[in-house]
Every structure is written in C-alpha cells, then in structure tokens.
Ligand binder design. Structure first.
Ligand code: OGA
Ligand code: MN
Length: 287
C-alpha cells in the first residue's frame, strides 16, 4: 500500500517561464529514491523547485541538499559569499540580522560563483522568517533568453569566451563597472574564461551565460565592441517574460539550477526581519 507521502507528493509546474511547486514532501526526513529522481528530472525541466511548508534544522537542510550533489567548495584564493581564509561556507545565513549576509538592498540578476573555475550547480535557499513587504526573489530562465536571440546574434556569440570579474575583489572606491574597458588594471586574483553560450551539462540546452550587472569582459574583442555587445545582451535578457518573481512564505525552500538561471532580489525594509539559510552545491567546468 502506498504511504501517505507518496499519495500526497506532487510537482506542479507554475504558469510562468520557469518553476514548479513541490508539495507533500517532508524534506527533514529521508526521501524515497523514486521521489529524488523525479525531483532531479523536474529541476532539469523547470529550473527551479519550490518546496512548501518545511521545518528543518541546518543539518537536515544539508542532508536534503546532498541528495542532489556535494558541497560547493571554492578554491582557497577565490573569495565568494561567506568565505574567509581557511573557512569554507556550509550553511550560509542569508539574513539582515545576527551577522547574516546580503543585507537589505536590491541584488541585480546574477548567478552565484560565476567568477570561479567550477561555478556551483545550484543552491537551496530556505526561508525561516520573511518580511511583510518586499524582499521577493525573481529567477530568470537563461535558456529562454538564449532561444529568443535573433539568428545573427546567436552566430556572433557562438564561440565567445567571457571573463566575469570577482565582485568580492572589486575596488569599493571606484564606481561599479559593468564591463572592463581598461586592460591596464592589474589582476588581483586568477580569472577564468567561460563560454558565453553554455551547454547545460545535463539537459544539453543552450544557455546565455551572462549576469546582468557584474563586471565582465569578452576575451579577444575590442573593449568598445565587447561593451556594446554585452549591453545589448543584457537589455535582451532582463525582461519579465523570462522570469518568475517569488513571494516568500516562511517554510519555503527554493532549489534553483544556477547553471540555467539568474536570480534577483528586491530591497526590503531594514526594520523587518528576513532570515534564510543557503546551501550551494558543487558544479562542473562550463562547456
Ligand atoms: C543568494 C541570493 C537572494 C535572496 O543567496 O545567493 O542571491 O533573495 N539571495 O536573498
Ligand atoms: Mn545569489
């Protein structure tokens, strides 16, 4: 006889460019093999999964996350959110209270760890306390962004390689740059070239692998031409028809594919509390 969990378990696609809602699953408990396989397939198809009504300890969040891969560990010399010399982030407090990370401001559309050699495959963000207004998070479908480019642009960008500069190493006194035009600036950390058009490692789908605002450079292109092309691609991708905006409830976990999506966060009132936990999973070399 089927268990209660398997009767109630459902994956319901959103009426949106990406995303599916998962109900009837308790992520704090061991999960059946066929359920894990369905979740992995659903992540490939829908890019983000939204689990409702969860209550987990940090250890339970980790154990649930590890069904989908191992922990993302950055190289020692490449800073990422919450890293410090000799410290690998595990369960990261994404919170505006109690020494958490990311504050209360708006975060432009980005993917996590894109400046590292092997960016994470995905992250799970678990909401424990949410503000009444603001602080929504949007996820954007980069496969759709690629598919809707015109043929000329697809051909123009087909073999280009992109450097994404590490935002944790940028000069805080300089105005934020979206493109590196000055090649005389000394490099303070290794940089990595990744294809501007990435092939998703499991689905094989083509991805426009570009953040909205992080400083980048296209290898081998004249800076003016590169900057113009990146600006055009960013105008193209930042459109509501490619994204879903999530209004959080306490108890939600969103598991996103960091290889095929960008995410954005709205600002929120610093007098309100927003307490979340994030686990990022290891990825592979982009191709
Ligand atoms: C992150 C992030 C967005 C949010 O944790 O990587 O970008 O909504 N968070 O807090
Ligand atoms: Mn992020």
């Amino acid at each position: 006889m089927p268990t209660l969990t398997s009767i109630d378990f459902q994956i319901t696609p959103l009426d949106a460019p990406l995303g599916a809602v998962v109900t009837g699953l308790d992520a704090s408990q061991p999960v059946a093999p066929n359920v894990i396989l369905r979740l992995k397939q659903a992540l490939r198809n829908y890019h983000i999964l939204i689990f409702k009504n969860q209550t987990l300890s940090d250890e339970q969040l980790l154990q649930f996350s590890f069904y989908f891969g191992s922990l993302f560990v950055p190289p020692d010399d490449i800073p990422v959110l919450a890293s410090a010399p000799g410290v690998v982030p595990v369960v990261i407090p994404i919170s505006n209270v109690n020494n958490g990370y990311t504050g209360t401001g708006e975060l432009d559309f980005h993917s996590d760890h894109k400046w590292t050699p092997y960016p994470s495959s995905g992250s799970l963000l678990y909401a424990q306390e949410v503000p009444r207004h603001g602080g929504d998070t949007a996820w954007l479908n980069l496969n759709l962004a690629y598919e809707t480019l015109d043929e000329f642009t697809k051909q123009r960008i087909a073999d280009l390689q992109l450097i994404t500069y590490n935002p944790f190493l940028r000069d805080r006194n300089a105005p934020p740059a979206k493109y590196r035009r000055d090649r005389t600036i000394p490099l303070i950390s290794p940089v990595f070239l990744h294809p501007l058009v990435r092939t998703h490692p499991e689905s094989g789908k083509k991805i426009l692998y570009l953040d909205y605002a992080t400083e980048v450079e296209i290898a081998g292109l004249d800076p003016a031409e590169g900057a113009e092309l990146i600006e055009q691609l960013r105008q193209h991708l930042n459109r509501p028809q490619f994204y879903y905006k999530h209004k959080w409830s306490a108890g939600d976990i969103v598991y996103w594919d960091n290889q095929s999506t960008l995410h954005y966060r709205e600002a929120f009132d610093p007098n309100e509390r927003r307490v979340m936990k994030r686990v990022s999973l290891a990825g592979s070399r982009p191709f």
